[in-house]
Design a protein around this ligand. Structure first.
Ligand code: NAP
Length: 446
């Protein structure tokens, strides 16, 4: 049978764009559909604009600290529209860069919603298309809780477009997005309260690091309400919001941000009609090579809810295209994946936490460095960094690294190579320190 395309990709985010580009490079005729903007969550309303806001917000501390280094800064002020518009302009630039990558590789773009209408069949706008292989790379969207008035809150989709910064903000959640935006908004002068349903910040992360972030954030002035579950959001006549909570408390705010996880974008695509059973939260089940049980249908990235991280979606899309069109079969290793929370200060982690390692390996050694970075000492900023290394006692192999402190994500990327390569603690010890740096702590822990 002749098909219109060898490969049709639904969703032009990180996973979909990489996969279509690689497939086209292998000679496949490729089409891609996108209902919002080419670039996807990471580029348009996620990692990229968020990181730019993190950088922008951090100037608040840097400018304060500069005084102790002899600088006088007169008339310091902050203008949100300037930062917002410059960030959004950069998003536009990247959107065009992604589009031009697709064009250069002769991937035909359809700016419309696509649905699956039968085996090897896709409806895009008013066109009925056939394809030998179809990839679903539709990503995920922020979850909004099922409580009355939830629509008065916003999500990470909207936060980049605020007309003005609020005086007060409540952020519901205690994961990546909650802690990242708590830092951004606080640095920009907003009174921030995190509403956390349990007593745990950053579940799954190294406990000592999460406790340290809590202590530093509290010291900075971010407020935390633990064991607090919203039951109703009321919008008052003056525009303020009242969050009614299960413990009887009522919290008032000007802005409410839901940061309680992301759900796969799988509904309305026609998947169930094709006989695919979705996971509890709508995730598309796939094997290690990103194949569904239908031989022509595949899925990568957040819609499969394996690890909701851009570099993972990119690799999954790349491996899939190599396997389908390049005769190169390989699968993505979902173990030992580094990640970071871009809070103020940031956290970064790779491999097993101490408790995971104790469960899996039994006997582990943990090395800790708890120090005040040189820059903070002179600035009179009482913020200590915390680095923790987890080592398998039987083999001396480094199985986990967890860092909190300035530039922790930048430093951890290099250390992730050591963990992935299975280097031993002794090999770290044998490496000469680069003095004076924060990273030298990693080879000086005894
Ligand atoms: P997240 O990191 O999974 O955190 C979700 C938070 O919301 C948790 O604290 C969770 O509490 C809480 N929660 C879940 N359901 C809730 C409910 N119904 N009511 C109140 N609280 C609830 O999710 P996220 O911050 O929204 O980010 C989504 C995903 O995007 C992340 O998992 C990550 O993979 C990705 N992401 C990555 C980065 C990065 O790499 N820097 C940045 C942003 C997002 P419990 O702990 O009790 O479950």
């Amino acid at each position: 049978m002749d098909f219109d395309f060898d490969y049709f990709v639904i969703g032009a985010g990180s996973g979909g764009v990489r996969s279509s580009r690689i497939a086209a490079g292998h000679g496949a005729k490729v089409g891609i559909a996108e209902e919002h903007r080419v670039g996807g969550t990471c580029v348009i309303r996620g990692c990229v604009p968020k990181k730019l806001l993190v950088i922008g917000a951090h100037f608040a501390e840097d400018l304060d600290d500069a005084r102790r280094y002899g600088w006088t800064i007169e008339g310091k002020s902050f203008d949100w529209p300037t930062l917002r518009d410059n960030v959004l302009a950069d998003v536009d630039r990247l959107n065009m860069a992604y589009q031009s990558t697709l064009d250069t590789h002769k991937v035909e773009t359809f700016l419309a919603r696509a649905t699956l209408t039968g085996p090897n069949r896709v409806q895009v706008g008013d066109r009925d298309i056939t394809a030998r292989h179809v990839l679903v790379a539709t990503g995920a969207r922020p979850m909004v809780p099922d409580v009355p008035g939830a629509e008065h809150g916003i999500t990470s989709n909207e936060i980049f477009h605020l007309d003005a910064l609020p005086k007060r903000a409540i952020i519901c959640g205690a994961g990546y997005i909650a802690n990242e935006f708590a830092g951004i908004l606080h640095e920009l002068g907003v009174e921030v309260t995190l509403v956390v349903r349990s007593d745990t910040l950053l579940r799954g992360w190294d406990r000592a690091l999460a406790d340290r972030l809590l202590a530093i954030s509290t010291e900075k002035g971010i407020q935390f309400r633990f064991n607090t579950v919203p039951t109703r959001i009321e919008k008052r006549a003056d525009g303020t919001l009242a969050m009614h909570c299960a413990n009887g408390k009522v919290l008032e705010t000007d802005l409410l941000l839901w940061a309680i996880g992301r759900v796969p974008n799988s509904e309305g695509l026609g998947l169930e009609a094709l006989g695919l059973e979705l996971g509890a939260n709508g995730a598309i089940p796939v094997d290690a090579a990103s194949h569904t049980k239908l031989p022509w249908l595949h899925a990568v990235g957040d819609v499969t809810d394996r690890l909701q991280l851009t570099p993972i979606a990119i690799r999954e899309g790349h491996a899939l295209a190599d396997g389908l069109f390049g005769g190169k079969d390989w699968v993505v290793d979902h173990a030992c994946v580094p990640s970071a929370v871009f809070s103020h200060p940031p956290l970064a982690s790779v491999g097993m936490t101490e408790s995971e390692a104790r469960q899996k390996l039994g006997n582990v050694k943990v090395f800790t460095s708890d120090f005040r970075p040189m820059k903070n000492v002179l600035a009179g900023r009482n913020e200590r960094s915390l680095y923790r290394l987890v080592v398998d006692a039987a083999t001396d192999r480094l199985v986990g690294a967890h860092m909190l402190g300035p530039d922790a994500p930048e430093i951890l990327q290099a250390l992730a190579v050591a963990v992935k390569a299975g280097l031993t603690k002794r090999q770290l010890d044998e490496t000469v320190a680069l003095h004076p740096t924060m990273a030298e702590e990693l080879v000086l822990m005894r």
